[in-house]
Each structure stands twice: as C-alpha cells, then as structure tokens.
Design a protein around this ligand. Structure first.
Ligand code: PLP
Length: 328
C-alpha cells in the first residue's frame, strides 16, 4: 500500500533524479531546462512504465494471478519493462507483439527474450488487439492471467504518474524551484492522465504539454478525449471532486513526422544534441521526438527567459541499439 491506498509492488528506485541541463540552458539562452530522469527507474534500463507497473503488478499479485499478458510494437519499451517486472514478481509473461518473428532479436526484443517472455507474433496488430484471444487460450489451460492493457494505460497503471507528481513536488520544493511547464511524450494516455490528476492533487500548478507520438486509431473519439476520460476515471476513483475537460489539456500533434517509430531530422538532431552537449541518451521513438519538439518550441520563442521548463525523460533508450542506420 502507499499514499494512494492501492496495492503496489515496489519494483523501481524512486525518486528518480531531477536536475538542470546546464549546458543546454546556456546553449539555447531562453528558459532554464530541467530533466526528470525516469530513464533511471532502475528496472531493465528504466522508463516510465516502471511507475505504472508498480501498481499493475501490485494489483495482479493481490488477485493471485499467475501470469500477465500485455502487448505493443516489436520494440515496445512497455513490453520489455513488463517482462522484467513479471520476472521479478515470479509471474509468467505473455507478449502480443506487432510484426513477424525477425531473424535476429535486437534492442528491446533481445531483452524480452532474456526475461523469458512468451512472445506471440501478431502481424499488423501492434496495440494489444490479440490480448483477449491469448487470455482465453491461457484461461482454458487453467491459468489465471492478468491483463495489462496497451501501454499499461488504465486507471490502475496511471496511478504511478499521479504519485510521480507528488515526487516532483517534493523535489522541486527542496530545490526551491517552481516548475512552470512540463513537456513529455503522450502515446497511450496513462502518463498524461496520471500527470493531470497529480497536478491537481498535489497543487503543482504546472502547465502540462503532452507531445503526441502516434496517430490515434480510435476513429470514434479523439485521443485528447480519451486522456480526459481516463483522468476523470482516476479522479472519481480517488474521490477528488474535480472534472477535466479535453479542451483544457495541451496535446501538441504537429511533431508526428512520417509516423510512429520513423526517425526524421527532428529526432536525429535532438538525440545528437542531448548526447553531444549533456552526455544523456534519449530514444528514437518517444523522447527523441519530445526533445526535438522542445527544441522547436524554444526556437519559436514559446518560452520566456525566466521560465523553468521540465523535460520528463520517459526512457526507451534500449531501442537505440536497433536504429544505427537511421541515426547515421
Ligand atoms: C519511452 C516512452 N515514453 C513515453 C511513452 C508514452 O507513455 P504513455 O503510453 O503513458 O502515453 C512510452 C510508451 O510506450 C514510452 O515507451
């Protein structure tokens, strides 16, 4: 249990560091740029999913499940972190991955194999669409599976980011800074909605700028309304009498380039700038895109000089090892 009173398994190492990017702050000479190092959560090369998995695994264990099922793209960070968390929790892990079995396993896939995840290749389905079929198959064999949705983004997983905002509040108070704006990757909605709720619960009053990573495939509802819906579900669950309207949230959707996982100049420049000036790695799919978006916004003078802008590093760096030819 924890402050939020939900079952939780401690998997990562928190708080993750919060520090200033001194060189890049000087380089851009606009806002002060800070970074929240969720690439250092300590679980299998880190990442934002560790926070969600602490609550999801806590829930699975409290329900006496004996295996977990989740899904994502073949280089999914979420799947790699889930496989590691399952190994640590003594649960079998089934992954519904997009694509076909490759000749060689690199990056996150290599790690999935090391964690002994059972991989189900799902062709064009890279967002966990085949999870129900795998669930039925395992249940018929007498297993008790626990479903972790695509991205770990439901009201249980998102609690990790509600809590993360409390962590940020304590750290920023200790450092005597006010974080004016937070920029981060928004893809399946759990990070974004959890941050919205945490911002309210802990009175941070920071402006949240989500950078949309991939097109939503839900034709009935725009992605922003799914984020607002999830935030409202969490607010209800926590008995907080507030309502989030999708019109009030910021979701920047102009940085999706040629699509999910396709590295363009934006990501390449961002990855190389952070590596070259700060010795910090960001990934080709999510955080490289977000840092590229931040560079673009700084160049367009969207931030003023005295502002403190936080780049929330959500991890993903193992994918770098399968992108050599796209980076050079
Ligand atoms: C490295 C990284 N950053 C950010 C995200 C986006 O988080 P969310 O799915 O909660 O929107 C993901 C999702 O897989 C990720 O792997």
């Amino acid at each position: 249990m924890n402050d939020l009173n939900f079952p939780k398994k401690n998997i990562g190492f928190f708080p993750t560091p919060l520090h200033k990017l001194e060189n890049l702050t000087k380089y851009f000479n606009r806002p002060s740029i800070y970074i929240k190092r969720d690439d250092m959560t300590g679980l299998a090369f880190g990442g934002n999913k560790t926070r969600k998995l602490e609550f999801l695994m806590g829930d699975a264990l409290s329900k006496n499940c004996d295996c977990v099922i989740t899904g994502g793209a073949s280089q999914s960070n979420h799947c790699r972190q889930t496989a590691a968390a399952a190994a640590q929790s003594g649960l079998e892990c089934h992954l519904a991955l997009g694509g076909e079995e490759p000749d060689s396993f690199t990056g996150n896939l290599l790690l999935d194999k090391l964690f002994d995840a059972k991989i189900h290749w799902c062709g064009e389905f890279r967002k966990g669409e085949k999870i129900p079929a795998i669930y039925s198959h395992l249940a018929a064999k007498g297993k008790k599976p626990y479903i972790i949705p695509y991205g770990g983004s439901n009201k249980i997983g998102a609690l990790g980011f509600v809590e993360a905002m409390g962590e940020l509040k304590s750290q920023s108070e200790e450092m005597k800074i006010k974080i004016d704006k937070i920029i981060f990757a928004s893809s399946s909605g759990g990070t974004h909605s959890g941050m919205i709720v945490g911002n309210i619960l802990y009175n941070l009053n920071s402006t949240l700028i989500g950078v949309q990573i991939d097109k939503s495939e839900n034709e009935d509802k725009p992605y922003s309304s799914l984020i607002a819906e999830l935030a409202n579900e969490i607010l209800t669950e926590l008995d907080i009498k507030r309502n989030v309207n999708e019109k009030d949230l910021i979701l920047r959707n102009e940085f999706m380039g040629d699509g999910y996982g396709i590295v363009g100049e934006l990501e390449r420049n961002a990855i190389k700038l952070l590596a070259g000036k700060e010795g910090i790695l960001v990934d080709p799919v999510y955080t490289g895109r977000v840092f590229g978006a931040l560079m673009n916004m700084i160049e367009n003078k969207e931030f003023s000089k005295g502002e403190n802008v936080l780049f929330w590093h959500t991890g993903g760096t193992p994918a770098l090892f399968s992108y050599y030819d796209k980076l050079f």
